[in-house]
Design a protein around this ligand. Sequence first.
Ligand code: ZN
Length: 249
Amino acid sequence: MTDSITQAARLLKKAKKVIAFTGAGVSTESGIPDFRSKGGLWSRFDPMEYGTIGAFRRNPAKVWKMLVELIDIARAKPNAGHLALAEMEKAGVLQGIITQNIDLLHQKAGSRNVVEFHGSIESFTCLDCGRGSSLASVRQGQIPPVCPDCHSLLKPDVVFFDEQIPIQALAQSEELLAGADVLIVAGTSCQVPPASFIPAQLHGQGGKIIEVNLEPVLGGFAEVVLQGTFTKMMTELVGQIERSSSGKL
Ligand code: ZN
C-alpha cells in the first residue's frame, strides 16, 4: 500500500492539472449510507415511484416522504477525506472536484471549485412559478416546504432519475476536464451515466487515473489503485505529498 501511495504522490507531483471525481462512497464515513446500498434510500423507496420528476409532479406530497430523509443529510459533517481534498486544492495540487453527491460535504470541508453533477440540496425551486428558496429557509419552515408565492410544494434542485444533467454542470465539468492529465476517482462505482463516462473521457485524452475505492472497479483504466477507506487513503496521500514537497522524500 505504501508503494501505491508513493506512486500516486509522484503522479500528482508531475501532473499539470489534477481534478477529482467523487461519488457516494466518499460520504459513507460521514454517516450517509450509499443510496444504492442495503438500507440506503433506494432500498426503501422505489426510485421509479419516488425519484422521478414525473412522480413528483403527480404527487409531490408522497415524494416528500422520501425527500424529508434526503435533506436530513444536510446535518452530516465532512470527514478527513473531504478535508484532504480541500487541503490539496488550497495547496494548488488539485484544480477542482466533479461530484455526484448532493450533500454539500466538499464545500463544507473548504473545497471551492466543486461541480455538482447531480445538483444539491442547497437550493429549492417551485415547479409552478419558478421561485427559488434556500435550504436554510426551508429548514426554518414547515416540512414539506411550500412556495411563499404560490403555495405549491418545493422541489430540491437535485437531479431526479428522469431529469437531464443541468447544462451549467455539464459545461463546468467539461471545463475542468479540459487539459486535465490526472483524475482522482474516489468513492464511486462509476455506474450512473453520464457521470460514469468521466473516467473514460480523461483516459481517452491521455490522462492517468488514481482510483480510491474500497472495492476498485476501474481495472486497467487506473494507473494507481489505493484500495481502502476514503479517509485513510486520502490522509495518507496528503501526508505523502507534504513529505515529498518538503524534500523529506
Ligand atoms: Zn411558486
